[in-house]
Design a protein around this ligand. Structure first.
Ligand SMILES: Cc1ncc(C[n+]2csc(CCOP(=O)(O)OP(=O)(O)O)c2C)c(N)n1
Ligand SMILES: [Mg+2]
Length: 355
C-alpha cells in the first residue's frame, strides 16, 4: 500500500512530521533533525567549495548542489548497505550523504594526496565504493549505462541491492539514456534490473531550459517508451521526497524492476562555480525558487511540528559549520599527491575474474 494511503487523511503528502518509514512507523524527530544536519552540512560544504574555487585553491571545474539538497538527502535516507548510487558531476552531496569523510571530499577537490581518490579525480569524479558511491562522471549521460549494468550485475550475482541512478534533465536527451533505459525495462521484466532512476529536474542543462531542450517536457513520461513505471515528486520538500523514497526503494528491491522518479527541483546557484552571468533566467525566477529553499522549508516544518525550536536548529547549523571548517582545514593542510603516485591507479593492475 502506498505510504500516503497508510498515513491517514489528516496529513498532507508534504507534512514532514507525518512521514512514515518502510515499516509504516513515523520517521522520528531525531532522524529528521539528523537529516537537517546533513542538509545544512552539504549546503555549507558547497559554499566553502565555491569559495575555494574562486580563491584558486581548486583546479579543474566545480558544480555545486545548492538548492537540490532535499533530493539526494531524501533518497539516500532509504539507501541500505549493499546498495549503490551513481551520478553525474554535481556529486559532492551524494558522496557526503553516503558517508564519505568531508575532509577527504574537500581534499579531493583541492587535488591533495589525502583526497577521496588520492587527488586524481577532483570534483567531478568522486568515488567511494565502500560506501556504495560508484561515482561522479563528467560526460553527460555517460554514467547511465554503467548504472543500469551495475544493477543487472547485482541481480546476476544474486545480491539484493538497488542502484540509485541520478541523472539531470539535460542528460535524458542523450542517446546513452535511451539505450540504457530500453535494456533496463527489458531486463526488468525478469526481475533483473533494480535501477531506481532519479531525474533531478532542476529545469536547466547549463543555460538551456527544459522547454528549449525537448518538445515533450514531461520527463518522467519518457520512461513509458521503455515499460518503466514512474512518478513525480516535489524535490524541494524533504518530507515529500522521504515518503516517496521509502516506498519506491523497497519496491525496486523487492521486484527487481526499474522505476523512475522525476524530482522537480532548482539549483539556486549558477551552473558551475566559474559562472557569474545568467542570461538564461530571470532574477525573479531565482528569487521565487529561493523562497522554497529546501532547507528553509524544512526548518519551518520542524518548528511547526514542534520537532525543534530556533535555538536547536541554530545549534545543529553550528555543528555543520564546524564539520565543514574542519574539512577545509584538512584540505588546506594536506600534501599534494606524492610523485611516486603518478602512475598508480591509472589502469587496473589486473584483469578481474570476469565478474
Ligand atoms: C556528452 C557531453 N555533452 C556536453 C557536455 C557539456 N555539459 C556539461 S554539463 C551540461 C548540462 C547537463 O545538464 P543536466 O543533465 O540537467 O545537469 P545539471 O547541470 O543541471 O545538474 C552539459 C551539456 C558534457 N559534459 N558531456
Ligand atoms: Mg539540469
Amino acid at each position: 500500500m502506498a505510504t500516503t494511503e497508510r498515513r491517514g487523511k489528516q496529513r498532507s503528502d508534504t507534512d514532514v512530521a507525518g512521514v512514515v518509514d518502510r515499516n509504516g512507523s513515523r520517521v522520528d524527530d531525531a532522524t529528521l533533525l539528523d537529516l537537517y544536519r546533513k542538509m545544512t552540512e552539504v549546503r555549507l560544504f558547497e559554499e566553502a567549495a565555491q569559495r575555494g574555487f574562486r580563491q584558486g585553491k581548486i583546479g579543474g571545474y566545480l558544480h555545486v548542489y545548492s538548492g537540490q539538497e532535499a533530493v539526494a538527502t531524501g533518497f539516500l535516507a532509504a539507501h541500505r548497505e549493499g546498495d549503490k548510487a551513481i551520478t553525474a558531476y554535481r556529486d559532492h552531496a551524494h558522496a557526503l550523504l553516503l558517508g564519505s569523510e568531508p575532509g577527504a571530499v574537500m581534499a579531493e577537490l583541492y587535488g591533495r594526496g589525502t583526497g577521496l581518490v588520492k587527488g586524481k579525480g577532483g570534483s567531478m569524479h568522486l568515488f567511494d565504493a565502500a560506501n556504495g558511491m560508484m561515482g561522479g562522471y563528467g560526460i553527460v549521460g555517460g554514467h547511465i549505462p554503467l548504472g543500469v549494468g551495475m544493477a543487472y550485475g547485482m541481480r546476476y550475482r544474486g545480491e539484493p541491492g538497488v542502484v540509485q541512478l541520478y541523472l539531470g534533465d539535460g542528460a535524458i536527451h542523450n542517446g546513452a539514456f535511451h539505450e540504457a533505459a530500453n535494456l533496463a525495462g527489458l531486463w526488468g521484466r525478469d526481475g533483473l534490473n533494480p535501477t531506481l532512476f532519479i531525474i533531478e529536474n532542476n529545469q536547466y542543462g547549463m543555460g538551456t531550459s527544459v522547454e528549449r531542450a525537448t518538445a515533450m517536457t514531461d520527463l518522467a513520461a519518457k520512461f513509458d517508451s521503455y515499460g518503466i513505471a514512474h512518478e513525480k515528486v516535489d524535490g524541494m520538500d524533504l518530507g515529500a521526497v522521504l515518503a516517496c523514497a521509502h516506498r519506491v526503494v523497497d519496491q525496486v528491491r523487492e521486484t527487481g524492476r526499474p522505476y523512475a522518479v522525476e524530482a522537480l527541483t532548482y539549483r539556486i546557484v549558477p551552473h558551475g562555480a566559474g559562472d557569474f552571468f545568467e542570461k538564461y533566467r530571470t532574477k525573479e525566477e531565482v528569487r521565487e525558487w529561493r523562497e522554497r529553499d529546501p532547507i528553509g522549508l524544512l526548518e519551518r516544518r520542524l518548528i511547526e511540528s514542534g520537532a525543534a525550536d530556533e535555538e536547536r536548529l541554530g545549534a545543529i547549523r553550528a555543528e555543520s559549520k564546524r564539520a565543514v571548517e574542519a574539512a577545509v582545514r584538512f584540505a588546506d593542510e594536506s600534501p599534494d599527491p606524492a610523485i611516486e603516485e603518478l602512475y598508480t591507479d591509472v589502469y587496473a593492475d589486473e584483469v578481474g575474474s570476469g565478474r
